[in-house]
Design a binder for this molecule. Structure first.
Ligand code: TRP
Length: 466
């Protein structure tokens, strides 16, 4: 309130914004197909263990660092220990790398929502092409892809310029609940379709692996779940430090650190229910991997006939809502860092201008992603065959290297470098209860950093096809 940086107006607003940040493409796209291809139910169990053993812990650590210092990642970490400043810098880099491809994907979704909206009025929305053909034609139309990406940035710029309570919180308070309403509406419709049950079997039973043509591999499942968990919960790069820095001292961090991951996991499961039953009911193949969200779903909605235009429009609207509430959190990491940096130098920063230049910088990376057309110029990269586009490279540097590294280092900072009771002292300020104190103190020291180091190493190896 008296704080010039801004503050959440309520804990409800903070929770909705954090859930909005967490729920995004990762839930709607990554989780369902990774779960299907990695053994279904066993993968879900491994994922949940990763969420509890690492996600909840790093979430609590990040929010506590943010609230304690009241600063964005670079300044926050260097205030706690000079040596950890680099982790904050990596976080800002991550926000550029991830937004660089994330916004392009939101741009795709805007294009698809627009296409189905046109078809509701009887106008061809996809040039009469089927899923794969349209996707190929669209992604090689660099100018269109670029324009829809710019639309995404303009929307995010307007929201982030508004600041915390007037921009991000206000937007999230509408969009996050709306997202659940759309999700549930689509699920209810899907479950009425004949053949929907097979979709549930794909997600939850071993038949998923048979259909996807994959074998269950424990280590593979652990590293896939680990990377997915970090991305889905927006961890390891200071996003939750940033959101935490706008928290009042009366807020209960430990409750939030449990609640947000729980709701995010629920949303990932719901996303699967919004996708696979329809995919099977419409006779589409569920194992398209990354092609699922655009090619398979496009075909699925087309097969539904006229009503598919409504369902398709709603579905991509859902992806846009989920995507934008996540993208603004990514952009906020860099914006807050520059706002705080300028303030520390005694300047009076102009948030609107700073957000503009942050978005512009990110747009340069996005432009390269648009040009690459999902691997047209980067096929020579020395990586595993499935990961040779510029987009995959950005995703790998962030999700495969910087985010697990950031998580490990933040656990080391809180578990080993700072005083023994640093975490619980901050969490219990104002008399807040900290029921899981023993769990946090033990895991942050001995379990989470070890598991995350394993995930880091094995993700790097898998990227090179090892
Ligand atoms: N969690 C979001 C998703 O699942 C993406 C996201 C938002 C993110 N903020 C982040 C990922 C920070 C990593 C870091 O789509």
């Amino acid at each position: 309130m008296e704080n010039k940086r801004g503050q959440w107006t309520s804990s409800f607003g903070f929770i909705l914004a954090s859930i909005g940040s967490a729920i995004g493409m990762g839930n709607l796209w990554g989780f369902p197909y990774k779960m299907g291809a990695n053994g279904g139910f066993p993968f879900l169990i491994i994922y949940m263990i990763m969420v509890i053993a690492c996600g909840v812990v790093v979430m609590g650590v990040e929010m506590t660092i943010g609230r304690h210092t009241g600063k964005s990642p670079i300044l926050a970490l260097s205030q706690l220990s000079k040596k950890f400043k680099i982790i904050g810098i990596f976080g800002v880099m991550c926000s550029f790398l991830i937004t660089g491809f994330y916004s392009v994907l939101i741009g795709y979704s805007i294009r698809y929502a627009f296409g189905f909206a046109k078809q509701i009025f009887g106008v061809q929305g996809f040039e009469g092409l089927g899923g794969a053909d349209f996707f190929g034609a669209y992604t090689s139309d660099v100018l269109s892809v670029f324009i829809f990406t710019v639309i995404c940035y303009v929307v995010c710029w307007i929201i982030v310029s508004g600041g915390i309570s007037n921009g991000i919180e206000k937007f999230s308070k509408v969009c996050t609940p709306a997202l659940f309403v759309i999700l549930i509406a689509i699920i209810i419709y899907n479950l009425t379709l004949p053949g929907a049950k097979q979709g549930l079997a794909f997600m939850f039973s071993a038949s998923g692996m048979e259909i996807a043509g994959t074998k269950f591999n424990f280590f593979n499942a652990v590293r896939t779940a680990g990377g997915q968990m970090l991305f889905s919960l927006s961890l390891g790069m200071g996003c939750m430090i940033t959101y935490g820095s706008y928290l009042g001292k009366e807020e209960n961090i430990s409750t939030s650190a449990w609640l947000i991951p729980a709701i995010d996991t629920l949303a990932a499961l719901l996303a699967g229910l919004a996708i696979f039953p329809a995919v099977f009911a419409m006779g589409q193949a569920p194992n398209a991997g990354p092609g699922l969200l655009f090619i398979t779903m496009h075909n699925t909605f087309t097969s539904m006939g006229y009503v598919g235009n409504f369902v398709g429009f709603l579905f991509y609207l859902l992806v846009i809502f989920a995507g934008v509430t996540s993208a603004i959190s990514l952009i906020e990491v860099s914006t807050a860092s520059m706002v705080d940096g300028a303030t520390a130098k005694g300047k009076n920063p102009n948030r609107r201008k700073i957000t503009f230049f942050v978005c512009l910088g990110m747009l340069i990376i996005s432009t390269l992603v648009c040009f690459d057309q999902l691997g047209k110029y980067t096929g020579w990269l020395p990586f595993a065959e499935s990961s040779r586009s510029f987009l995959d490279l950005l995703d790998f540097i962030a999700e495969g290297v910087l985010m697990p590294l950031g998580s490990v280092m933040m656990c080391i900072l809180v578990g080993w470098v700072l005083k023994k009771d640093w975490l619980s002292n901050e969490i219990t300020l104002n008399g807040n209860k900290f029921y899981t104190k023993n769990f946090f103190t033990f895991f942050v020291k001995y379990v989470t950093p070890v598991l995350m180091t394993f995930v880091l190493i094995s993700l790097v190896l898998s990227f090179f096809g090892l």
